[in-house]
Ligand binder design. Structure first.
Ligand SMILES: Cc1cc2nc3c(=O)[nH]c(=O)nc-3n(C[C@H](O)[C@H](O)[C@H](O)COP(=O)(O)OP(=O)(O)OC[C@H]3O[C@@H](n4cnc5c(N)ncnc54)[C@H](O)[C@@H]3O)c2cc1C
Ligand code: SF4
Length: 530
């Protein structure tokens, strides 16, 4: 391997050595601020998730004094119990119950902690597809967003997070059966690339990785930011951006201790996520000129089929999201593993009483796999009493694509030897003994699709034209001098893949722009990447 290459194979994924430990944890708990506290920094970053943490780290390493404001708390990996009922209220906003209003209602879980949603995500890493970047250039005038221009930022993010491929030993039988079926049908798929280091396949990524293997930004970027002098204020909710419409001088936040934190700064970077950033901007009279603030919400709706086999699968053993099938990517459909511990299976297994009991008795023999649809529908989000109110109606074409994805997934499962396949489309009975006929014959309407969504994007979209976009190509809020956005809300279209690497690369690019620095040089090329 040449000196300029980073190995992304099995050894890199499974090697737990070399974790970075900052000399000092620079955390100030908002619970301890009862009165007024004033701090002066160069940059105030609001939100510590996929967008906020990379900006904070890069700015701090570039020599700026940085304050990170985070509404959630800091959590030790060792405190994670792996039990959904313990962890959902601790790590998720509204215990993971935030949902859309529309047809069908769709739950959109969000993390609320240092690390944001990356703390609870599945760790899957994809770069922004080249055809998506081409669309951004053509439709939104984002001329600089070429694969070549973004390459140094992707490389930097992937190195910081140890992005590497799930090895043959860890995907779990749940994924290996899907691989077997997909191969039999000639459909392309592969083990996923993930941000993990020393992963043991314990299967509980969505409830906080208890081993600290998942390289979420709360244990990677944030500690690096601390080492460069940044301070994280936890339990503080930013509310007011004080200044005039062009220039913000101060951010004020309500603290968990009932006090006020005032952060005087030269730069404000908002990274509250696609469902919360629009509310903060609007409350402060910023970003609304184009009429696009809070609109254009894409969510990448996801659903999962279950398949019952004769032999034990133990779907909770192995990495929950370890394999993908992209043979339908051209149609905007991607299949990705989705599973979890037995108590999660109990929550998502349909039915009640004796029916539920029967299904749970088969849980060891029941696999599950996800279908995600690159949506054509767009929703809106607005702030109602400090909470996001989300309107979203699934488009009929997207319902049809769920049906198509499940048809292919059922064939994959039959080819792998499944006895029964259950698709979460109301009115479609369980499929048995290789017969997908009831699914094929069904006309599937949006109201029949039982879905969740994990990838909200687009509500403060980027674009060169201030009449059509909220932020410009440098992610500065149109019409302001020093307010930038660095989270999923700037992503101007659905991606068709999981978004964290896109968000982190754009955030890294923003930080370099603010520092007036060239793109990072000398970042090693991955030996392979998705
Ligand atoms: C269960 C699950 C699995 C997922 N799996 C994957 C995956 O495998 N791969 C992938 O690419 N993506 C995945 N995602 C999505 C991915 O994690 C998100 O797209 C990404 O984290 C969004 O980044 P963000 O910066 O926009 O927001 P977030 O990461 O959500 O960060 C926003 C932060 O801002 C804080 N905040 C909000 N408002 C305020 C305020 N006013 N003041 C202070 N702080 C505030 C929030 O508490 C939060 O911590 C998954 C998501 C979920 C829920
Ligand atoms: S599978 Fe287990 S060890 Fe691996 S990243 Fe997920 S929670 Fe951590």
């Amino acid at each position: 391997m040449s000196a300029g290459t980073r190995d992304t194979g099995a050894h890199t994924y499974a090697d737990g050595g070399g974790t970075f430990h900052p000399p000092e944890r620079r955390i100030v708990a908002g619970a301890g601020i009862a009165g007024e506290r004033i701090v002066t920094v160069d940059a105030c970053v609001i939100g510590s998730g996929a967008g906020g943490a990379p900006v904070a780290k890069e700015l701090a390493e570039g020599g700026l004094r940085v304050a990170i404001l985070e509404e959630g708390d800091w959590h030790e990996s060792a405190s994670f119990t792996a039990r959904p009922r313990d962890m959902m209220p601790r790590l998720y906003r509204d215990a993971g119950q935030l949902a859309t209003v529309g047809t069908p209602p769709i739950v959109i879980p969000l993390g609320r902690a240092v690390g944001g949603t990356t703390l609870v995500n599945s760790g899957t890493c994809f770069r922004t597809p080249a055809h998506v970047l081409a669309r951004w250039r053509a439709a939104f005038g984002l001329d600089d967003m070429t694969p070549a221009a973004l390459e140094p930022y992707f490389r930097r993010v992937e190195r910081e997070l140890n992005v590497s491929q799930v090895p043959e030993a860890l995907p779990g039988r749940n994924a290996l059966l899907v691989r077997q079926g997909a191969r039999a049908l000639g459909l392309h798929g592969d083990f996923l690339f993930r941000n993990a280091k020393g992963c043991v396949g314990s299967g509980v990524c969505a409830f906080g990785c208890p081993t600290g293997a998942k390289q979420h930004v709360g244990i990677t970027y944030v500690p690096r930011a601390w080492a460069a002098g940044a301070t994280t204020y936890t339990g503080v909710r930013a509310r007011h951006l004080v200044g005039n419409r062009r220039r913000v001088r101060e951010v004020t936040a309500r603290t968990a201790g009932g006090g006020t934190l005032r952060v005087r700064c030269e730069h404000v970077v908002i990274a509250c996520g696609a469902l919360l950033t629009p509310g903060l901007l609007r409350r402060n009279g910023l970003g609304g000129a184009s009429g696009q603030l809070g609109r254009n919400l894409s969510i990448h709706p996801a659903s999962a089929a279950r398949a019952v086999f004769d032999e034990p699968i133990d779907p909770w053993d192995g990495v929950p999201q370890s394999y993908y099938v992209d043979g339908l990517a051209g149609e905007g459909i991607i299949l990705e593993g989705i599973t979890g511990p037995p108590d999660q299976a109990a929550m998502v297994t349909p039915g009640s009483g004796a029916v539920h009991r029967e299904r749970m008795l088969a849980a060891r023999r029941t696999g599950s796999f996800g279908v995600m649809v690159s949506d054509t529908a767009r929703g809106t989000v607005r702030d109602v009493g400090g909470r996001p109110f989300i309107r979203y109606d699934l488009h009929g074409d997207d319902a049809a694509r769920f049906k198509r994805g499940f048809e292919v997934l059922a064939e994959i499962y039959w080819a792998a030897g499944a006895r029964e396949v259950v698709v979460p489309l109301a009115g479609v009975p369980p499929l048995r003994d290789g017969d997908s006929g009831p699914l094929r014959r069904a006309r599937v309407r949006p109201s029949q699709v039982q879905a969740m969504a994990f990838h909200p994007l687009g509500t403060a979209r980027a674009g060169a034209d201030p009449r059509a976009a909220v932020v410009d190509g440098a992610l500065r809020v149109h019409g302001t001098e020093n307010v930038h956005v660095a989270d999923g809300s700037v992503v101007p279209s659905a991606l068709g893949v999981n978004p964290q690497i896109t968000i982190m690369a754009l955030a890294t690019r923003l930080a370099h722009h603010l520092l007036g620095a060239p793109p990072p040089a000398g970042e090693p090329a991955p030996s392979r990447i998705a």
